[in-house]
Design a protein around this ligand. Structure first.
Ligand SMILES: C[S@@+](CC[C@H](N)C(=O)[O-])C[C@H]1O[C@@H](n2cnc3c(N)ncnc32)[C@H](O)[C@@H]1O
Length: 325
């Protein structure tokens, strides 16, 4: 039986026996997983990397379902509201990167009978019915501060009422080796009580941006001369760098990408101020392997990668969760 106290830094172990941040984790058997709001499967890819098996997925978006099926061989079901617990196979871990709903609705919730039930409560409905041993929820960083903390408090107390030990933390993809600054609220919950969740606490060296840029991107990804001229008003870092234009029109450039976004304007992120990242580059920025088959068009893939959970971040949390189950 393992618990958080069996996890410790092991200076003597060969590097291959340790997590990238130097912790020895007890080996875990293959676990069965449910992937709610699955998107293109950041959680699925992380689970697969750890040898776990995803037995159920759902997403309301048809194009997302097509990409997921092409890559993982599972046909996700659609609207979560139509999913009955008996439709979901038994599983050990449940993942839910639930959409950023109007947080006010969650924060104002009085009880589960609230007719305004949001998508978090749809996930909670299945969690209460299926009682997976572990749960990982993911959302934007602002979830922790929305409504002065009321929203996260409601989510945490709902899971505690359902019998789970719960903890949450904001994690950044940059700390997991990806050249993308992407801060996300992660909520980890376990039926087996833990005193302190063993969050990843060390940073993995960042893969240089140059290593994930394509050598000969299709010319269609280049911005027009007009956009390039209008943006070319400051010296950038040594190339390659990602230029990021914020809502106020200010441009900053870094050796990493700002967070990929599902609904951002077309040219908010340009490699060296000249071209948009390609679909393959966006997948790499989220930690998907090159074996990921791109079956949707560029616009859909941009949206899907902007919605995804970074794979190595999800994987690290999953690994630690499995160790406290
Ligand atoms: C933030 S994304 C999650 C992305 C996913 N974690 C990944 O790694 O790609 C939220 C997803 O919820 C899906 N969604 C929104 N409403 C839904 C609903 N009612 N039922 C099922 N899925 C829904 C969206 O289509 C979107 O793909």
């Amino acid at each position: 039986m393992t618990n958080a106290s069996t996890i410790r830094r092991d200076e003597s172990a060969p590097a291959s026996a340790l997590t990238p941040d130097g912790w020895r984790l007890p080996p875990t058997a293959s676990l069965k997983c449910a992937d709610l709001f699955c998107g293109i499967g950041g959680f699925h890819q992380a689970a697969r990397n750890l040898g776990h098996e995803v037995v159920f997925a759902c997403d309301i978006d048809e194009e997302v379902r097509r990409a997921y099926h092409a890559n993982y061989g599972i046909e996700p079901v659609g609207d979560i509201a139509s999913v009955a617990p008996e439709d979901v196979p038994e599983h050990d871990l449940l993942f839910a990167g639930f959409p950023c709903q109007p947080f006010s609705i969650i924060g104002q919730r009085q009880g589960l009978a609230d007719p305004r039930g949001t998508l978090f409560f749809e996930a909670l409905r299945l969690i209460k019915a299926k009682r997976p041993r572990g749960v990982v929820l993911e959302n934007v960083k602002q979830l922790t501060t929305a409504q002065g903390g009321k929203v996260i408090a409601t989510i945490v107390s709902s899971l505690r009422e359902a019998g789970y030990s719960v903890d949450h933390r904001v994690l950044n993809a940059l700390d997991f080796g990806l050249p993308q600054k992407r801060e996300r609220t992660i909520i980890a919950a376990s039926l087996r009580p833990f005193e302190r969740f063993p969050w990843p606490d060390q940073t993995v060296p960042m893969t240089p941006l140059a290593e994930l840029l394509e050598a000969n991107p299709d010319p269609k990804h280049y911005a027009s001369e007009y956009i390039r001229r209008s943006k070319n008003h400051r010296q950038t870092l040594p190339s390659p760098a990602m230029w990021h234009e914020n809502k106020g029109g200010n441009i900053s450039s870094h050796e990493w990408s700002c967070a990929l976004r599902a609904g951002a304007s077309y040219n908010y992120l340009l490699v060296d101020g000249k071209r948009r990242p390609t679909p393959r580059e966006m997948l790499r920025l989220q930690g998907f392997p090159d074996s990921f088959d791109i079956v949707c068009n560029d616009g859909q893939t941009r949206k899907q990668t902007g919605n995804a959970v970074p794979v190595p971040l999800a994987q690290s949390v999953m690994e630690r969760l499995a160790s406290v189950l």
